[in-house]
Design a protein around this ligand. Structure first.
Ligand code: HEC
Length: 211
């Protein structure tokens, strides 16, 4: 979903009810964060050599609809639904596909020649100004478990704002030493390692976020 620069190669993909490989954008799922800064499309995805067996044997109506548009009635291996670009597929006739009309034929068959994905010259460490600290901690740490308007691992930021709107200090204190509050959620791990200044900055940032 919305992943870029992905190479799918040398897998055995079997016995998946809906499809073997599903390449979709954010609008294909409810409850995905609508961060205005996120790019919702999967771009530059390359589907290379994979062994696909017994996929799509009980697929969903949305995919059946897509297949009907292409006059296909099959158990799909590869399904693509998005406005993404730069995607490709190698040797497409070996797969049962839906929605890959705009995929080019990949201009490479495999990644055997790639020894490392690390850059030749490491990127210099980033200077983080004090004013950016809250946002960077939020995006780097909190957003993995909290989304603005839906449940992820933890409750939504909207829920948190309702609880702490006038109390950034209380929020900073909670995340430094979380206590178990909700029976239907796991425990939140302590964020004390961020240090007092960043805890306060991220608390203020979370309460000011509007999306
Ligand atoms: C590994 C997942 C995870 C990360 C990372 C995480 N949280 Fe949480 N958070 C949770 C879970 C799970 C809960 C619910 C805990 C409960 O109710 O017992 C929670 C609850 C909370 C609450 C609710 C407190 C209350 O009084 O109800 C706040 C506030 C919060 N998190 C803020 C943050 C902030 C800010 C960050 C980033 C610095 C963060 N969390 C990072 C999982 C996470």
């Amino acid at each position: 979903m919305a992943a870029d620069q992905v190479i799918i190669e040398s897998n055995i993909i079997s016995n998946n009810k809906t499809a073997g490989i599903l390449i979709v954008d954010h609008s294909s799922a409810a409850n995905v964060s609508d961060d205005p800064e996120s790019e919702p499309n999967p771009d530059n995805v390359s589907v290379l050599d994979n062994v696909m067996l017994n996929n799509g044997y009980q697929t969903i109506p949305a995919i059946k609809g897509l297949m009907a548009l292409e006059l296909k009635y099959l158990e799909p291996d590869v399904v693509h639904i998005s406005k993404g670009s730069g995607n490709c597929i190698a040797n497409r006739s070996r797969y049962k596909t839906v929605g890959v009309g705009d995929f080019t034929d990949c201009d490479f068959d495999n990644t055997d020649q790639i020894i490392t994905y690390l850059l030749d010259t490491p990127v210099a460490p980033r200077e983080i100004a004090a004013s950016e600290r809250g946002q960077i901690a939020y995006l780097g740490v909190c957003s993995g478990c909290h989304s603005y308007n839906g449940r992820l691992i933890g409750p939504s930021i909207q829920t948190i704002q309702a609880l702490y709107f006038d109390n950034p200090e209380g929020l900073a204190a909670y995340i430094a030493q979380p206590i178990k509050k909700r029976d239907d959620y796991p425990e939140m791990p302590s964020q004390a390692y961020l240090g007092e200044e960043t805890l306060q900055a991220v608390a203020e940032y979370v309460l000011s976020r509007e999306k």
